[in-house]
Design a protein around this ligand. Structure first.
Ligand SMILES: [Fe+2]
Ligand SMILES: [Fe+2]
Length: 233
């Protein structure tokens, strides 16, 4: 990602990312991606709470960036690398198999919902307002409610079982899948960046010079590149 795409007010994230991003712990990486998705849900809830009168298009484009990049890549990692290895280790009769099947169905359902949500958020960001705030609010709340349930299930049931059941060879294979695919190796920078953008927005909304800040958001909207959320670090 070039420097020109760095967010306004961005801190030095290269230091903050730390050694955690280089640790070969694929389950830890999935947990970190869940933390990013919880941040996304909080952002989507803030957008919904602002309707019908307020719509922050810069935050909406950040949400679009994560919904288009990190989220589908995360689902692919689970479906192509994690779940198949977990199924092999727990055996056919284990109740976890039914849970994994439900989670894959939710991926399909939430994936379809996110396509519509991306379209609605991008249209509202282009217009600068939500033409149908009730519908957008309904879509936002439906998506983040479902995602929070989904992530909680995976964090409380699937990942602890994965830590218990997967062998060192399984974890090495998962790590190799991550390193040889286009999957991001770290979400820590994105988590810091989304928090920074939200806190900067809160400060800037109260600032008498907020017009200058909005022009930065407009530049971001025009470029379509808001924050380095989807880069492979
Ligand atoms: Fe999932
Ligand atoms: Fe997940």
């Amino acid at each position: 990602m070039s420097e020109s795409n760095d967010p306004p007010h961005a801190p030095d994230l290269s230091q903050a990312a730390g050694s955690a991003c280089r640790t070969p712990d694929p389950i830890g990486l999935i947990e970190e991606e869940h933390a990013l998705q919880r941040e996304l849900c909080d952002l989507l809830e803030a957008l919904a709470d602002g309707l019908p009168h307020n719509f922050d298009k810069a935050l909406a484009l950040i949400a679009v960036s994560i919904l288009e990049g990190s989220v589908p890549r995360h689902m692919r990692l689970e479906e192509e690398a994690l779940f198949p290895r977990l199924r092999l280790r727990v055996g056919e009769d284990d109740p976890l198999n039914a849970a994994l099947a439900c989670l894959e169905e939710e991926h399909d359902r939430d994936g379809a919902a996110s396509v519509e949500l991306i379209d609605a958020l991008r249209t509202a960001a282009t217009d600068g307002f939500a033409s149908n705030p009730n519908m957008l609010g309904y879509m936002l709340r439906g998506y983040f409610d479902s995602q929070r349930r989904h992530i909680a299930w995976e964090d409380r049931v699937v990942l602890p079982r994965a830590r218990q059941a997967l062998t060192a060879a399984d974890l090495a294979a998962l790590q190799a899948w991550i390193m040889t695919s286009d999957h991001p190796r770290c979400s820590h920078q994105s988590i810091l960046a989304i928090r920074s953008a939200r806190s900067a927005g809160g400060v800037c909304e109260a600032c008498p010079n907020s017009g200058a800040v909005h022009s930065v958001g407009e530049q971001s909207a025009a470029s379509g590149n808001v924050l380095p959320f989807n880069a492979k670090s």
